[in-house]
Structures are given as structure tokens and as C-alpha cells.
Design a protein around this ligand. Structure first.
Ligand code: DAH
Length: 366
């Protein structure tokens, strides 16, 4: 029995010396000193041994037990120390290192920046920025803008019509029209002229930026694009004020020294109507580059078309007469143009659809 104790002790000593973690050491403690361990059972069985063996077995058993306990405790301290050292060195955090780089935040879309630039300019001229519904009643999109039923412009603009049920009853109710009125994705921002004059008497100076929709898609057209509408109604406003306003606006967008030009045109809701151009900023309006070649931007004309404008047609005031706009004495001008076109011109973008592909390689360039 005493020999067996010596064997157990030798085996345990070797295993404890080789233990490489406190967890492993814990297992050895159970295996050699636990309640079911062989040594424990020997010590517990001493009383049943013949009397002459008890002393020797008890002595060597208790010595072995004491020695192993001390070995385990000592080895445990060693392992604790080395584990701490390793975690301190491996898991060290250097608080003086710079933080992780912040994620890229990007920037506003070119169309948004162009819109804001136009808004800022117009606010500087005393205009207020308003927004209107993109899903619009035919009444505001066409009828109140002097397009009688069957007017060719209704066809020309190739509208997206919307089922009346898809517009909230409240919206229809507030517009005081019946549910069977046609509803359209607005084809221009002009419908807000009437809505704004219904809400406010003269004088009124507003710009309306927003999305508009037409059945159109090629390099210079997209089914959804953006326009800015302008409306100025007040005493004694004339075409000369329109000329001055367009000049200011175009200079803010295209640079000092630009000129505005109006050409006769036709729109149902203005009379007289014009299209307006900006003098070419590549050839300074001369139509030729420094080397004498034809300016590729304005194609040698010296002017670039920007949008439509005119004096508000008295028939339009007829729809808001009771809001303080008697058609025979009220005067004002309106204008409208596309934002994409401005951004394409200013930044040499060849295809309008690229604005909406959402390819960051394209968008990051601006
Ligand atoms: N709404 C017109 C269009 O989309 C542009 C326009 C022309 C707006 C003349 C106006 C205007 O306010 O007076 O083509």
C-alpha cells in the first residue's frame, strides 16, 4: 500500500509539473485529491487495515496528500502569474493610438446642390421657397394653367395619369374637387402658381423647386426630373422686371458678366411668352473659341437655352380672381426651367440619366 502511494505521488508530481494552464491544474486536483481519487480512498480506508499497517500507510498517505496540495498551489501561482502576463501583453490597448478612421460621409447630390444654389439666389432677391404636391390634380397641372380639355400641350407633355383612388380623399377634399377629377404626376412645377395664389393674395414672390414627371427617356430626358418655377405678382410688374430677374439669376448660376436673352415663344399660361437663354460662358457669347473654331457648347450661336417664361396670362388669374387677383388689373411674370440641364451645362455631364443611376464613381466627381 505504501508503495502504491509512492507511485501515485510520483505520477501526480510529474503531471503537476507539466500542467500548462490553471484549468488543467484544476482537473489534476480533482483527479489526485478529489473525493473519488485513489489516494483519498486509501486514506479513508485506513481504519479497515490491519493495525500494524495503519501507521505507515497513514503517514505516507498524509505526506503525499500534503505534498501534492502544496505542489498544486505553487504551480497554480506560477500559472496565474504567466497567464496574467500574457493577457497584459497580448490584450494591451494603446490608448495613445489614433482612433479608427471615421466612415466616409459623402456629400450632397449635384442636383441638390444646384437646386440650393438657385434657391439661395432667389431668396436673396426676396423670393420665398415653396413646395407642392408631386401627385397633382389635372385641374392645377393643366386646366388652371389655361390648357382647355384637348389642348395639344396635354398630349405633348405625355403625362403619367394616376387612378383617383390612389390620392387621399382629404387631399381631394381640400382642393374642393370631386373624386372623378383626373389626377396626374405633375408634368411641371407650374401648378403651384395657382395653389400659391389661392393661399395668398398679391404681392407674391415665390420659387417652387421639385420633381416632375413625363414619359420621356433619352440622354437629355428622364421620366423624373427637377424644375424650378418662379412667380412674381405685384403692382406694376413688367417684362423688364422679368429680364432683370433672369439676368441676376443666370449670373448667380453661370457667373458674373452673363447676359439673359428672351425670344418670343408660346406657353398657354403666359402672354406674351418667351424662352430665355444665357450668353455662352465658354465663348463669352461670341460663338467662337480663342483659336477661331466654332464654340462646341452653344454651337456657334453664342446663347444657350435655359427655360420658359412670360407674363402671367389673365386667364390664369381668372382662376384665383376671388383671392385678390382681378384678371384685368393684375400683372406678374412666371418662369420655369430644369435643374438637371443647368447642372449638365455647368459640369459638362453628357447624359442626364447618370444623375439617377446612383453610381458613386459618377456622383463623387462633383
Ligand atoms: N412649365 C413649363 C415647362 O415645363 C416651363 C414654363 C414656361 C414655366 C413658362 C413658366 C412659364 O412659369 O411662364 O415646359
Amino acid at each position: 500500500m505504501v508503495e502504491r502511494i509512492a507511485e501515485i505521488r510520483a505520477e501526480a508530481e510529474a503531471a503537476i509539473a507539466e500542467a500548462s494552464s490553471t484549468a488543467e491544474l484544476g482537473e489534476l486536483r480533482v483527479r489526485f485529491l478529489g473525493r473519488g481519487a485513489e489516494l483519498t480512498l486509501i486514506l479513508r480506508g485506513i481504519a479497515e487495515l490491519p493495525a500494524e499497517q495503519r501507521g505507515a500507510v497513514g503517514k505516507s498517505g498524509n505526506q503525499a496528500r500534503g505534498a501534492l496540495e502544496k505542489l498544486i498551489t505553487d504551480r497554480g501561482e506560477e500559472l496565474d502569474a504567466s497567464e496574467l502576463e500574457r493577457s497584459v501583453s497580448e490584450e494591451r490597448v494603446d490608448v495613445t493610438l489614433p482612433g479608427a478612421p471615421s466612415p466616409a460621409v459623402g456629400h450632397l447630390h449635384l442636383i441638390t446642390r444646384t437646386r440650393r444654389r438657385i434657391e439661395d439666389t432667389m431668396v436673396g432677391l426676396g423670393y420665398r421657397v415653396m413646395e407642392g404636391p408631386e401627385v397633382e390634380l389635372d385641374h392645377y397641372n393643366f386646366t388652371a394653367l389655361n390648357h382647355p380639355p384637348g389642348h395639344p400641350a396635354r398630349m405633348a407633355q405625355d403625362s403619367f395619369y394616376v387612378a383617383p383612388g390612389s390620392v387621399s380623399a382629404a387631399a381631394l377634399e381640400s382642393a374642393a374637387v370631386s373624386l372623378d377629377e383626373a389626377v396626374v404626376l405633375r408634368t411641371h412645377t407650374s401648378p403651384m402658381q395657382t395653389r400659391a395664389m389661392e393661399a395668398q393674395g398679391p404681392p407674391i414672390f415665390i420659387v417652387i423647386p421639385g420633381k416632375v414627371y413625363r414619359r420621356d427617356s433619352d440622354a437629355t430626358h428622364s421620366p423624373m426630373f427637377h424644375q424650378v418655377e418662379g412667380l412674381a405678382v405685384g403692382e406694376g410688374i413688367t417684362l423688364a422686371d422679368l429680364q432683370g430677374t433672369l439676368t441676376e439669376m443666370l449670373r448667380a448660376i453661370f457667373g458674373e458678366g452673363r447676359e439673359a436673352r428672351m425670344r418670343p415663344h408660346y406657353f398657354p399660361f403666359t402672354e406674351p411668352s418667351v424662352e430665355f437663354d444665357v450668353s455662352c460662358y465658354r465663348c463669352e457669347g461670341g460663338g467662337k473659341l480663342a483659336d477661331g473654331s466654332r464654340c462646341p457648347l452653344c454651337k456657334g450661336v453664342g446663347w444657350i437655352e435655359v427655360g420658359g417664361a412670360g407674363m402671367v396670362d389673365p386667364n390664369v388669374f381668372g382662376f384665383v380672381e376671388e383671392n385678390g387677383y382681378p384678371p384685368d388689373t393684375t400683372q406678374g411674370f412666371a418662369f420655369g426651367f430644369g435643374i438637371e440641364r443647368i447642372a449638365m451645362l455647368r459640369h459638362d455631364v453628357p447624359d442626364l440619366r447618370r444623375f439617377f443611376d446612383n453610381d458613386v464613381r459618377m456622383l463623387e466627381q462633383f
